[in-house]
Ligand binder design. Sequence first.
Ligand code: AMP
Length: 197
Amino acid sequence: MKRICVNCGSSPGFDSVHMATARRLGEELLARGCELVYGGSDVGLMGEVADTVLAGGGTVHGVIPRLLAEKVAHRGPVELHVVESMHERKTLMADLSDAFVGLPGGFGTLEEIAELLTWNQLGIMAKPVGLLDVDGYYEHLLAFLDNAVAGGFMKQEHRDMVLVARDPADLLDQAAAWHAPTSAKWVGLKRSSRPSP
Ligand code: AMP
């Protein structure tokens, strides 16, 4: 795995453990000689992971929409790709990366991770996606996914695509060993018999 995409909060979070985790992840990327792909800004956990990789002499690719670039683009030696929309951003980040790691974040992080898993589930993409679940930050999201399986809205095999670890090295090891699921997306599919108009 050459390039790892990190999806994470544009805020630092209240608990300093999250900024520390961002630094630990940056250090692990450096130790493995991996390049970072991320959202290209200098704020919150995003800025922290980028600064750590840059400080260690690593390569950082930032992908940012023009509107955000004017406000929060990283001003360091980041290989900055300025794109026109959030959709273009996510597509380019996915194309550039071999695996994806989610740190704590809000809507932006959740949306990016969910979209990647959806692409894997539909077979549009086949790349590992994991969460760094420090201090139980993602506990409720993981419980939601178990509930979706129990309710017949998600296959266990697709639920299991979400790699989880507390430690960056463990998560990257899991990502390196990951195999894409083989079963089709739909659970108990029964198609409507209504004719199309
Ligand atoms: P959030 O988790 O809501 O803070 O959103 C973080 C994710 O959404 C990042 O991975 C970015 O791709 C995107 N994003 C949201 N806010 C910003 C911002 N101020 N600067 C750059 N990217 C952002």
